[in-house]
Design a protein around this ligand. Structure first.
Ligand SMILES: NC(=O)C1=CN([C@@H]2O[C@H](COP(=O)(O)OP(=O)(O)OC[C@H]3O[C@@H](n4cnc5c(N)ncnc54)[C@H](OP(=O)(O)O)[C@@H]3O)[C@@H](O)[C@H]2O)C=CC1
Ligand SMILES: Nc1c(N[C@@H]2O[C@H](COP(=O)(O)O)[C@@H](O)[C@H]2O)[nH]c(=O)[nH]c1=O
Length: 335
């Protein structure tokens, strides 16, 4: 294996995928810091409002070599920025920083990463993809103006796949289809472990709208909240021609959220970040509208409903992660 820019950038991309969709409305971003060939930090942006990937990585890199430094007490992005700018002691001048997205150039909920890098003056900054968001872009210019060597375009295709949900929800609506199954394709009953259900509930907590099929509501009588993480219950659209559902189904009893029944899929376009919880009936109906499929696979074989259907779709695997001993697979339909 060649230890080159692609190698380090791949580490940054893989780290960012661990938080894919969880950073909404921000993009998933990863960052690696290398000092004289040694990897000091592999970090990511984890949730909106908290430190960006670069800030987490620069902090971790500095602490790797200065483990008792007061920096370890600095928690917020603001505090880390200010501390590093005052106390970097030229630590980063022989470092290369790999980042999957152009460092932000604006002050949002956190200060600008381009300004921090400008002050720390790493030897080189390698960037996979330009920022598509006009408000935050311009980081490359800022770094170049500070005489920092910048390379752009390393692993751009992979970085684009990583960035795609952000591009889509910024411009219009990003729709992903979440489905849980066993190895032999059973889709009914409790398939996922509690750890994977907590991941599902974390997604429920982040989205603007959940779409669910009418049969699922009638058969499963679901709750569709985020109780595994004590999170926010999503607003729900039930896709059905039928306007009457049993009011005693638990999902109707959850306070502080909207539930509506509709046969109009254009309603999805009123939202930016939509999760469909479904299987093959709904996937077939929605196949032209789905951006990603998020498949949760529990490696067990069980008897159960194996939703065979007149369905024919080819996918590209974009990424795979483990959640404990289960797999989460991110797929995109091939054209
Ligand atoms: N393992 C997992 O992750 C999951 C498993 N499931 C299971 O899978 C089974 C199948 O679920 P799934 O494939 O998601 O889909 P569903 O069978 O729940 O949903 C399909 C829905 O589409 C509606 N529909 C079809 N055409 C139209 C139209 N033209 N206008 C309006 N509505 C329309 C039907 O509505 P109508 O009500 O009018 O018939 C039907 O309720 C469920 O019963 C559930 O048990 C479900 C979700 C996740
Ligand atoms: N069984 C199953 C899923 N099933 C989905 O969860 C719904 C039930 O939600 P709730 O009533 O809130 O528990 C069910 O109708 C279906 O949409 N999802 C998963 O990630 N893993 C699982 O094992």
């Amino acid at each position: 294996m060649k230890i080159d820019d692609n190698f380090f950038m791949k580490l940054a991309i893989d780290e960012a995928w661990k938080y894919q969709l969880l950073t909404y409305p921000n993009p998933a971003v990863g960052c690696v810091v290398v000092k004289n060939g040694e990897i000091l930090a592999i970090e990511a942006h984890k949730t909106a409002g908290e430190a960006h990937a670069e800030v987490n990585a620069l902090k971790a890199a500095f602490l790797k070599k200065n483990p008792n430094d007061l920096l370890k007490l600095k928690k917020t992005s603001d505090e880390i920025h200010q501390y590093l700018i005052k106390n970097h002691n030229n630590f980063f001048t022989d470092c290369i920083v790999y980042v999957t997205l152009e460092p932000c150039n604006h002050i949002g909920k956190t200060p600008a990463c381009s300004n921090l890098l400008k002050e720390l003056k790493p030897k080189r900054v390698v960037i996979a993809h330009k920022d598509t968001n006009k408000e935050a872009s311009g980081g490359i210019e800022t770094l170049k103006n500070a005489n920092i060597d910048v390379s752009l375009g390393c692993m751009q295709k992979e970085a684009y796949d990583l960035l795609y949900p952000f591009i889509k929800w910024t411009e219009s609506t990003f729709v992903f289809f979440k489905m849980a199954m066993t190895l032999n394709g059973s889709i009914d009953g409790k398939i996922s472990s509690n750890q994977t259900l907590a991941y599902t509930h974390t997604l429920r907590d982040k989205i603007d709208l959940m779409l669910i099929g009418g049969n699922t509501v009638r058969t499963d009588r679901p709750t569709l909240d985020a109780r595994y993480i004590a999170g926010r219950s999503p607003n729900i659209m039930i896709y059905s021609k039928n306007k009457i559902f049993d009011n005693n189904i638990p999902l109707f009893k959850i306070p502080n959220r909207d539930v509506f029944i509709s046969d109009d899929l254009f309603k999805l376009l009123d939202y930016k970040f939509v999760m469909v919880e479904g299987t093959y009936n709904l996937m077939n109906i929605l196949k032209q509208r789905i951006d990603f499929v998020v498949l949760l696979v529990n490696p067990k074989i069980r008897k159960g409903l194996n939703a065979v259907n007149e369905i024919d779709i080819d996918f590209e695997i974009l990424h795979e992660n483990f959640i404990g001993s289960e797999k989460v697979i991110y797929l995109r339909k091939k054209d």
